[in-house]
Design a protein around this ligand. Sequence first.
Ligand SMILES: Nc1ncnc2c1ncn2[C@@H]1O[C@H](COP(=O)(O)OP(=O)(O)OP(=O)(O)O)[C@@H](O)[C@H]1O
Length: 263
Amino acid sequence: MTEPLLEISGLSKTFVSGGRRVSAVESVSFDIRPGETVGLVGGSGSGKSTLARLLLRLTPPESGRIRFEGKDWLDLSGNALRRARARLQMVFQDPLAAFNPRATVADVLMDPLRIHGTVVPAARPKEVERLLERVGLPSALAERSVLDVSGGQRQRVAIARALATRPALIVLDEAVSALDVSVRRKVLELLVALQKENGLAYLFISHDLAVVRAVSHRVLVMDAGRIVEAATASRIIEDPQSDAAKALVRAVPKLESENDAAT
Ligand SMILES: Nc1ncnc2c1ncn2[C@@H]1O[C@H](COP(=O)(O)OP(=O)(O)OP(=O)(O)O)[C@@H](O)[C@H]1O
């Protein structure tokens, strides 16, 4: 069996706010294999974004281990960390929050190429064109301001930026949640196609089980900081065990009728 790409064990994070302790992530353990999409679903406040932030090392855990591509991810620093970061990228719900609002699409894509030295400077404009093409955008978009493209195009630019450093894993945190149904479906199709081409793995985080079902090989259900259920999306939809999964399944028929309305 293939070695896991990412191995998380016993990961915990507590916040203290207003004198109250909140166990945002509690003893979370799971693996992701190369080329696999793991869906992470849960209601508001269940700990999904905190888990993503721990994974990206945007916040340190209290305890637990993360191994990524065979290395102790939490121990890496300096150049080794920079090299490893290229392999683990993230796409957020609102790419504008992560982009410089004065940037052009080309600037957004040039940044990671420069920071990670992915291609030599002379080859960067061509690489920008290639990245745009891979996410289904015309090369003419390169000179446009990031403020001047549609929400769907902007999310494709965010995916292209993540791809720029040739990652093995992309964490997508509510990455299609702000898009309308037909644009969302096209972006999901793009993610699946890119995975087939490149053997990418995804951690696909969403509050929406219907969206997670469309892309995930396996789904983890999170509730109050813990993983309370793990199975295929179809199994969870047909036979949810936990209260959290039951609540997420109840929300699915409504979304399916929205999808029908859009077709
Ligand atoms: N910086 C922080 N300080 C204090 N508490 C926090 C902080 N970040 C998250 N929390 C708390 O941790 C818990 C988990 O939050 P988190 O944002 O990870 O959940 P989520 O599943 O991503 O929710 P949502 O889908 O609403 O974003 C919540 O109770 C939240 O209030």
